[in-house]
Design a protein around this ligand. Structure first.
Ligand code: GTP
Ligand code: MG
Length: 139
């Protein structure tokens, strides 16, 4: 899945009414949506998704945040998708995110930072499969 990445519009951005604006930015940046759904992570599913961070001090806070409300999950396609999307969303901490990036525009804090973007081709694939069945992903 080297030309694909996985994203979530996180609960803060959904609560604040930014789904449309964020999808607009994603489209304007040339990504094609190949799978998408509005869903909600249970505490258990959020724990599993962020398992890699389980030893971090903010893990409990992260799991509570990610399971507190609806999210939009999507698989996006573009050449060099993982890197291009990380550039589009900006730094984890919105205070450090470049002007015009999604986190610069819509994130409120390090924890509540509006969107997720996969950090490698391998994780993009794992995360896509975590959220979507084969039938839900366009080939
Ligand atoms: P994702 O795209 O969501 O994976 O973010 P990232 O790759 O930019 O950051 P990272 O994978 O290091 O951290 C995952 C998520 O944990 C972040 O997006 C934040 O939501 C959360 N997080 C990271 N650091 C902190 C922190 O210091 N405090 C809190 N509350 N949350 C944090
Ligand atoms: Mg990450």
């Amino acid at each position: 899945m080297s030309n694909r990445t996985f994203t979530m519009i996180k609960p803060d951005a959904v609560e604040n009414g930014h789904i449309g604006a964020i999808l607009e930015k994603i489209n304007a940046a040339g990504f094609k949506i190949v799978a998408m759904k509005l869903t909600k992570l249970s505490k258990e599913r959020a724990e599993k998704f962020y398992q890699v961070h389980s030893e971090r001090p903010f893990y409990g806070e992260l799991v509570a945040f990610m399971s507190r409300g609806p999210i939009v999950a999507a698989i996006l396609e573009k050449e060099n998708a993982v890197e291009e999307f990380r550039t589009l969303i900006g730094s984890t901490n919105p205070a450090d995110a470049d002007e015009g990036t999604i986190r610069n525009l819509y994130a409120t804090s390090m924890g509540e930072n509006a969107v997720h973007g996969s950090d490698s081709d391998e994780n993009a694939s794992i995360e896509g499969v975590f959220h979507f069945s084969k039938e839900e992903i366009l080939s």
